[in-house]
Design a protein around this ligand. Structure first.
Ligand SMILES: [Zn+2]
Length: 283
């Protein structure tokens, strides 16, 4: 299950603007649809490869933002409770004297909360004061403080070309993540069963055709994959399949170590490659 607890506070390295992001304690990668190029539809966890944009116009990865820690870090506090679990208050001596002197009625009109505490104390004192225990309670920070900090701004896939265009300004990791998302965006019109990405269902899915922009982007991703320390031969082969380089795709699939995690995907990719199909595949 995807679960969050509080928020993580981050700041833009360019202008120091502050934002908040949900603090994930566990994630679930299940999605209604998964595709060979990484597209996941109606996913239980989709943080968009961690790419956000600041109001100053700069894009950033969540990993690369200034980490300001948990916004709702629980405040640990030790309190004393009675056997019913109600908090026991320690009343200052001068108030006790007043309570014992029967001036509680005069306090009632002014300070209801103090009266309540005194009453509570006297009541508990009369029954059994000793039955108390120390417990740890966690209290979240003031919700108003959290509310004032804006959520980090997510970015549409189609906007990724701005990062690719201005790649000198950004880290290699951010540019690669942007390329991956732009690849999915360019592939969207070739997805057959999907409804979310095909706006006009009356039109047939076009034949897969790689534009110059699409080709250049995919080749850049391919070289990044090639230069990575641990080459994922399945992913690499599938990129070649998308580029229509079927022989090279098969070579990569040959090198891939089969495991229970990639077995099913690999079979689909091999079948499509042998049939010379370049389209993104549902997996
Ligand atoms: Zn900024």
């Amino acid at each position: 299950m995807t679960m969050t607890r509080g928020y993580r506070q981050i700041a833009c390295r360019n202008c120091l603007a502050r934002y908040k992001e949900p603090n994930y304690t566990s994630i679930n990668l299940t999605a209604a649809e998964r595709w060979s190029d990484g597209r996941r539809v109606r996913s239980l966890f989709d943080n968009g490869y961690g790419i956000r944009v600041c109001k100053c116009g700069k894009y950033y990865r969540l990993h690369e933002a200034i980490d300001m820690g948990l916004l709702t870090a629980p405040q640990i506090q030790e309190i004393e409770v009675d056997e019913q679990g109600d908090q026991v208050y320690h009343i200052p001596a001068f108030l006790l004297r007043q309570a014992d002197d029967s001036i509680m009625d005069s306090l009632k009109s002014d300070t209801k909360s103090i009266v309540k505490k005194i009453k509570s104390f006297i009541f508990k004192k009369n029954i059994e004061v000793k039955r108390t225990k120390k417990v740890i309670v966690q209290q979240p920070l003031n919700a108003e403080i959290v509310e004032k900090i804006p959520n980090a701004i997510v970015v549409r896939d189609s906007e990724m070309y701005e990062i690719i265009r201005d790649k000198e300004e950004y880290s290699d990791a951010l540019v690669l993540a942007a390329r991956e998302r732009y690849r999915m965006h360019l592939n969207d019109k070739y997805r057959e069963p999907i409804k979310d990405y095909c706006k006009d269902r009356s039109r047939p899915i076009p034949d897969y055709e790689i534009s110059d922009e699409h080709l250049a982007n995919t080749k850049e991703i391919l070289s990044s994959y090639f230069n990575s320390e641990n080459i994922d031969w399945v992913d690499l082969g599938d990129l070649y399949r998308e580029l229509g380089e079927f022989a090279k795709a098969l070579e990569c699939f040959e090198k891939a170590k089969r495991s229970e995690h990639n077995e099913a995907d690999l079979e689909k990719f091999l079948r499509a490659t042998n049939q010379k199909i370049s389209n993104p595949l549902p997996i």
